[in-house]
Design a protein around this ligand. Structure first.
Ligand code: SF4
Length: 354
């Protein structure tokens, strides 16, 4: 089973470099091979809205690969049907990164395509994605209005021409996403989970999570993403289907996850607003780490159990005894608590629904 490297913090540039260094990702680049960085620029939205990959992920990856001798680096992406990739690229701040490092950006909507064989038959894919020595998949972990969750596998849809994106929707997304992921099988994925949206790929309801993670199996990373969002795999069926199609392993164990630092190294959760404030209005928070609080937010969002129990979370509860449900190892003194530092949202959902 592949390793998942994860790091907590707020600086995407620094976090990306730490992940790449810890995983020794340079060994994945073929001799004299090129790198194509494939972020998520689904719409012209800023990364802090929870829709798009932070520009610091690009700059961190460019610096890491340059420092390790790779000279042929580009950024590739095609926004969704109806949006302009270059407008999205400017909005997300990629123009500044590309100009600072003198790295070209290619709009895949203008690229040539070649058919590849997949479990649903031939699929046309943009040549710049197919011909890269190493395709580096840079998705955002976030909610999606149709597939519930979107991350490593679904981000690859941006490598298709617009006509094929439309056809994927007409086929219901699940089978095509699984088939494309299994056929492309990206060997390196870095997930931006700094503030992905709660339930919509266009952003607008970001949840501050302050986490990033890296792995070499996109299917495994999506299984991990589901657990971080409190979603059982059956809610996101393309993940297990991608395993059936040969794309990777739709499972992980705690032993697979290598944490490079502690969640408390990231800033505490900022004052919640909007839907997050509404979801957590009865929660007693005292200095909760962002990753911990975000796991609770996502769990409260997917659990439909009526709640009367008191819920407490944060480092301020250390060493205290109290009734109700405690979230995380800091709340070991609670009558009932969910272990973990931070616990996965799926474990919190189980406790809420028990
Ligand atoms: S259990 Fe405590 S230290 Fe660990 S993530 Fe939660 S609040 Fe932070």
């Amino acid at each position: 089973m592949g390793k998942i490297y994860q790091v907590y913090g707020q600086d995407a540039h620094v976090m990306t470099k730490k992940l790449l260094e810890a995983s020794d990702a340079i060994k994945l680049v073929p001799q004299d091979g090129s790198i194509a960085l494939k972020p998520n620029l689904v719409v012209a939205g800023t990364p802090d809205s929870g829709a798009t990959t932070h520009a610091g992920v690009l700059s961190g990856a460019i610096e890491y690969f340059r420092d390790n001798g790779v000279t042929d680096i580009s950024v590739i992406e095609g926004s969704w049907v109806g949006d302009d990739t270059m407008r999205a690229m400017h909005r997300a701040g990629y123009d500044m990164v590309c100009s600072k490092y003198d790295v070209p950006f290619f709009d895949l909507k203008k690229d040539r395509t070649r058919n590849i064989e997949t479990a649903i038959g031939p699929v046309p894919v943009c040549c710049r994605a197919l011909d890269a020595g190493l395709l580096v998949n840079l998705p955002v972990l976030k909610g999606h209005c149709q597939t519930v969750m979107t991350c490593a596998l679904k981000n690859l849809k941006g490598c298709l021409p617009d006509g094929e994106k439309r056809r994927f929707h007409s086929l219901g997304l699940t089978r095509p996403i699984a088939a494309l992921g299994a056929a492309l099988k990206p060997r390196l994925t870095i997930v931006d989970s700094l503030c992905g949206d709660l339930d919509f790929e266009e952003g607008g309801k970001p949840v501050q999570t302050n986490r990033m993670y890296l792995g070499m199996d996109a299917v495994q990373l999506d299984a991990y993403g589901c657990s971080l969002m409190g979603l059982p795999l059956k809610r996101v069926p393309y993940v297990e289907l991608a395993e059936k199609y040969g794309g990777g392993k739709a499972s992980f164990s705690e032993r697979d996850v290598v944490s490079l630092n502690e969640p408390s190294d990231a800033a505490p959760y900022p004052k919640p607003s909007g839907i997050v404030a509404n979801l957590t209005k009865r929660v007693k928070q005292d200095r909760a780490c962002s990753a911990c609080f975000a796991a609770l937010v996502r769990a409260l969002y997917v659990s439909d159990t009526e709640r009367s129990r008191e819920i407490c979370i944060g480092q301020g509860w250390r060493g205290k005894s109290f009734n109700g449900l405690g979230i995380g190892n800091c709340c070991i003194g609670a009558k009932e608590y969910v272990p973990g530092c931070p616990p996965a949202a799926s474990a919190i959902v189980e406790a809420l629904d028990s």
